[in-house]
Write a protein that binds this ligand. Structure first.
Ligand SMILES: [Zn+2]
Length: 218
């Protein structure tokens, strides 16, 4: 008998997982009931339709990596969510993609809040200043530092659906939920200097994903 399970809306797809027998892994968004608050909140399911032995273990690896890389929590049913219970859907998609890039048995580690920006050779640091706000700064006042800071802040805004902060320097970004997400910012910071390339890849991946999407039925 065919059974259709509503696993939610698919928001991201890895058509071929090179680290586990080329299986397809999807990220789905669901609404979960919050009994204490009497409302619901969005939670994310990592799922594969593959029946291959070990596939469940690979999914568990990805879930665990997402908890570490994105600072996410897990419901009793194994769904992931952010502690603030806001969707942060674009950011969650990045966390998923980065988690799937890790090979099996590679322990995930939270990324630091600084990177070396290859383009400017500056070390870029992001400071949490409270209420979900982060300030981007560069060591030294090298040529183009101000421009790189605002470009990287812009990258964080695009990748994490963050808002511009309340300064005129284009160096401050904030999460609409007003809460801090240090692990998430560290993860997004790695890609923020190359945001254009990242978004182009994402678009290409999405169109490939549509072509190779598995059946929604089990
Ligand atoms: Zn949040």
């Amino acid at each position: 008998m065919r059974r259709i399970v509503d696993i939610g809306r698919r928001i991201e797809l890895i058509p071929i997982d090179p680290h586990f027998h080329d299986i397809t892994i999807g990220l789905y968004c669901q609404q979960v009931a919050d009994t204490t608050a009497g409302t619901g909140f969005p939670a994310f399911l990592v799922h594969t339709y593959s029946q291959m032995k070990g596939a469940t273990g690979r999914i568990q690896e990805v879930v665990q990596a997402m908890q570490i890389l994105g600072g996410m929590q897990k419901t009793d049913d194994g769904l992931l969510y952010f502690p603030c219970k806001h969707p942060h859907e674009a950011a969650c998609r990045r966390v998923f993609l980065e988690a799937c890039k890790l090979a099996s048995n590679t322990p995930a580690e939270p990324r630091p809040l600084n990177i070396l920006d290859r383009k400017s050779r500056l070390t870029i640091t992001v400071d949490a200043t409270g209420n979900g706000t982060y300030q981007v700064r560069a060591n030294g006042e090298g040529r183009g530092a101000t421009r790189r800071i605002s470009a990287i802040a812009g990258g964080l805004m695009k990748l994490g659906e963050m808002e511009s902060g309340a300064t005129d320097n284009n160096d401050t970004v904030r999460f609409a939920c007003g809460q801090s997400h240090d692990a998430l910012v560290g993860l997004l910071l790695v890609r923020a200097p190359n945001v254009r390339v990242v978004l182009r890849e994402q678009e290409m991946g999405a169109s490939r994903g549509v072509l190779s999407a598995p059946s929604q039925q089990t």
